[in-house]
Design a protein around this ligand. Structure first.
Ligand SMILES: Cc1ncc(COP(=O)(O)O)c(C=O)c1O
Length: 481
């Protein structure tokens, strides 16, 4: 092993060491059963402290890649196989009315607390800073006894908008607090943005497959959806986007820009810029949902599409739901030239977001150790994602393909064309396991052979067994088909 360690920003030394060893396992240089160098040897060879090596080995244990044997050292536990990736999607080039009744049935079925929620895109509560948020809520209520109970008007809590503006610099955006409107979560930001830029009957271009909640918003607003071919790594095909823009058929485009749901896509900066410029040439607004942008696994925070917006045509939407608390319902929108419209819609629909949760999130962002918390959260999501991918390799048939996102916490599983993931969903639910069947992510009901898995839950024997059961059910269905 060589000992030059690069210095990617935002990775600690022990994470760099763990990543380096993980690469050696992935390349097959280190194989199952191989003994890793002793802690002392690595300490000498790589000139790092003993505790740094131990931390790196602990991280690899968390990722399920190595195991300690008493009195003997650390050994490679698994071969880190990488299953095939799904190809670019190929949806029908036709605008669809949206019907989300099946999706809503799936959502309701996960209310049962006995069900292991492997479909919904939710984090484990244990990974969120609940105690700190509760403490801050108490402080906020004591400090702002009247304010927390008063009426307010959009754009919402100034302290929160200030913190969000500061954080958005990491995403390459320079916006002032005045340009931000606070909302009840990303969903509301997307809903208000869509409403601001479209009229009923309009067509909106979307990724395929796409975030299920976006389809719900399109349905309620009587908008049609035009699915565009989307690659799990490169995102929407720019050629196809250009072709529909030239036809002048779309009123807006709506995407999840970083570690999308369900594909996990994160476009390069270059493609993001081309994407934004293409839409700007045709004066078509872009609704950007960046809810997963802070949970990247490598390098630095990916840029938002908004960073390339020169014309005020990007309506940026996000929240703290995947990083701090989904239940506080605190989100925000930076709506560019549509800001006044979004503020008016927010006022008419529900006036403002509750003030106390906004103040709590503002306090956490300003002095709650958000960056430290994010480092732990990213580490957990990455480990869980890896464990889940390994379980897919171990338990699912060899034909299974799965995405390899570099952030977020969802995986998209792709099985042979005639596989029925809705039948798998029904069967798994009988055993108190929920998955998200692929067809709920498409207005045309495509992806019946796919499903989404949530890697946001802390890995446990229960999850491992559930993955094993899912693998058996998949094999049975494929054998009987
Ligand atoms: C891509 C995406 N956007 C928005 C949401 C909803 O966000 P919020 O809870 O902030 O409304 C989710 C939740 O799963 C999501 O995955």
């Amino acid at each position: 092993m060589t000992h030059q360690l690069s210095q990617p920003a935002d990775k600690t030394l022990y994470e760099q060491i763990a990543d380096r060893i993980q690469r050696l396992i992935a390349e097959g240089t280190l194989q199952v059963g191989d003994r890793l160098p002793s802690v002392r040897k690595l300490h000498n060879q790589w000139s790092v402290s003993i505790s740094t090596v131990l931390e790196a080995y602990r991280l690899l244990e968390d990722r399920g890649l190595i195991a300690a044997r008493p009195q003997s050292g650390y050994y490679v536990r698994t071969a880190l196989r990488a299953p095939g990736e799904p190809p670019q999607s190929c949806p029908l080039p036709k605008a669809h009315h949206v019907d989300t009744s099946l999706g809503f049935r799936v959502i309701c079925s996960i209310r049962d607390s006995q069900t292991l929620r492997l479909g919904a895109a939710i984090p484990s509560m244990e990974l969120l800073p609940i105690a700190a948020l509760n403490r801050l809520t108490g402080q906020v209520l004591r400090q702002h006894q009247d304010l927390a109970h008063a009426y307010d008007v959009p754009p919402g809590c100034g302290a929160l908008r200030h913190e969000v503006a500061r954080r958005l610099m990491d995403a390459g955006c320079s916006v002032t607090p005045d340009e931000i409107v606070t909302t009840n979560g990303t969903f509301e930001s997307v809903f208000l943005s869509l409403r601001a830029v479209t009229q009923p009957g309009d067509t909106v271009a979307i990724e395929s497959p796409t975030y299920y909640g976006l389809l719900e918003a399109l349905e309620i607003l009587h908008l049609k959806a035009l699915e565009l071919p989307t690659h799990p790594r490169d995102g929407i095909s720019l050629t196809d986007l250009e072709a529909v823009l030239k036809k002048g058929e779309i009123a807006a485009c709506a995407i999840v820009s970083n570690f999308s749901n369900p594909l996990g896509t994160c476009m390069s900066d270059e493609r993001k810029q081309q994407f934004v410029e293409l839409l700007a040439q045709h004066e078509v607004p872009l609704i950007e949902d960046d809810i997963y942008g802070d949970v990247y696994f490598e390098g630095t925070r990916p840029k938002a599409m908004k960073a390339f917006d020169r014309d005020g045509l990007v309506l940026y939407c996000s929240s703290c739901s995947k990083t701090l608390s989904p239940g506080l319902r605190v989100g925000w929108a930076v709506a560019g030239r549509y800001q006044a419209k979004v503020e008016q819609l927010k006022w008419v629909i529900n006036q403002t977001t509750a003030i106390a949760p906004q103040l709590t999130v503002a306090a956490f962002l300003s002095n709650g150790g958000y960056d430290r918390h994010l480092r732990q959260l990213r580490r957990a999501y990455q480990s869980q994602m890896l464990r889940m991918t390994q379980a897919i390799c171990d338990y699912f048939p060899a034909e299974t393909r799965v995405t390899r996102p570099n952030g977020g916490h969802v995986l998209w599983v792709d099985l042979p064309q005639d596989f029925d993931s809705l039948a798998l969903y029904e069967q798994a639910l009988q055993q108190h396991i929920s998955i998200a069947p692929g067809s709920i992510f498409s207005p045309s009901g495509s992806y019946g052979n796919c499903f989404r898995l949530n890697a946001g839950l802390i890995w446990s024997d229960e999850i491992d067994q559930a993955m094993q059961k899912l693998g058996e059910m998949i094999r049975q269905q494929m054998a009987s088909g």
